[in-house]
Design a protein around this ligand. Structure first.
Ligand SMILES: C[S@@+](CC[C@H](N)C(=O)[O-])C[C@H]1O[C@@H](n2cnc3c(N)ncnc32)[C@H](O)[C@@H]1O
Length: 295
């Protein structure tokens, strides 16, 4: 088959009205919006599922997605195909520097009035786990220093089941570990065949689970976080999806907590309940306290 004849069905699928309806279902299920320029990609991803199910037309596939019960399971599988999980260890070093030098000391100071010495972190949209494990390693580096006597809990969540399986296995190739320094490689990784596996000491700090950021009920159960990371996730959302999800992050963050986005993202025009704070080459958000607002 020539390249052009191979792509022809996808091109025509991109203008199929049932694809538009599937796009709406994906948006309703997970907040992920596929603009017209991405319709061919969506058609390709649906095509993968249709091949597996031996379904011939987008209309039949849409019927499958809307079947009571089975439709929900199929949507989970389609979302596994649709989501993009680009990530790596130590993705944004200035964020880690800001944590170590500014954010963690401030949280420790804020917590000095409370007896509980437990730091709770949420990596929302963790993909294959590199972000959560990076945070765990950074904490372990401080466990004999500023965090002496503290315990850590990192909850890492994502929509994509396959990414979560990878995260739990914690085995990574060269591309994922390209930013890992020799110090961290030696201390926190062990070779497995031609790859590296994260050590049990790091893995024990992180628990992975499937959570759709669009699931309002589940989002209510993520309270009391000192730090929330939602990096490079909301770029796939439109404004109203962003607002809905950010509202949950706001309620789930402790008053002294910090919220981090990806380094090219911002809440500008999305939410004014957070205040932007600047660090060298990085930014984060803190809650605007009601008594300080408007001053
Ligand atoms: C580009 S990765 C970001 C990974 C990591 N946070 C980082 O910055 O390196 C985006 C992740 O967001 C997840 N995602 C997208 N929509 C989601 C939703 N509605 N609920 C939960 N996770 C979602 C995707 O499955 C994907 O793994």
């Amino acid at each position: 088959m020539s390249a052009s004849s191979a792509t022809a069905p996808i091109q025509s699928a991109a203008s199929d009205p049932y694809l538009i309806r599937i796009r709406d279902l994906v948006y309703k299920a997970a907040g992920i919006f596929q603009p017209d320029t991405k319709l061919r990609l969506l058609a390709d991803r649906c095509g993968r599922r249709m091949k597996e199910l031996e379904v011939k037309t987008l209309r039949d596939y849409m019927d499958r997605l809307t079947q009571p019960g089975a439709g929900r399971d199929e949507m989970v599988k389609l979302l596994n195909e649709v989501t993009i999980g680009e990530t790596c260890f130590f993705r944004h070093q200035p964020q880690l520097e800001a944590l170590k030098t500014i954010v963690w000391p401030r949280i420790i100071a804020a917590r000095s009035e409370i007896r509980v010495r437990k730091l709770r972190i949420w990596s929302a949209g963790c993909s294959t786990g590199e972000e959560a494990y990076t945070l765990a390693m950074a904490l372990l580096e401080e466990s004999a220093g500023m965090f002496k006597g503290w315990t850590f809990e990192i909850q890492a969540t994502d929509l994509n089941e396959r990414s979560l399986e990878h995260a739990k296995a914690a085995i990574y190739g060269d591309y994922s570990v390209r930013n890992v320094t020799p110090h961290f490689r030696q201390k926190y990784f062990a070779p497995v065949d031609d790859k590296l596996q994260v050590s049990p000491a790091v893995r024990n700090l992180v628990s992975f689970s499937r959570l759709n950021l669009f699931d309002d009920t589940r989002m209510l159960f993520m309270k009391g976080m000192d730090l929330i990371f939602c990096a490079n996730v909301l770029i796939y959302f439109d404004l109203s999806s962003k607002r809905r999800v950010i509202q949950h992050f706001y309620s789930n963050l402790q008053p002294h907590g910090y919220f981090f986005l990806g380094h090219s993202e911002s809440l500008y025009g999305v939410c004014d309940q957070f205040k932007l704070v600047h660090f060298p080459s990085a930014t984060a958000y803190v809650k605007v306290q009601p008594q300080s607002s408007g001053k």
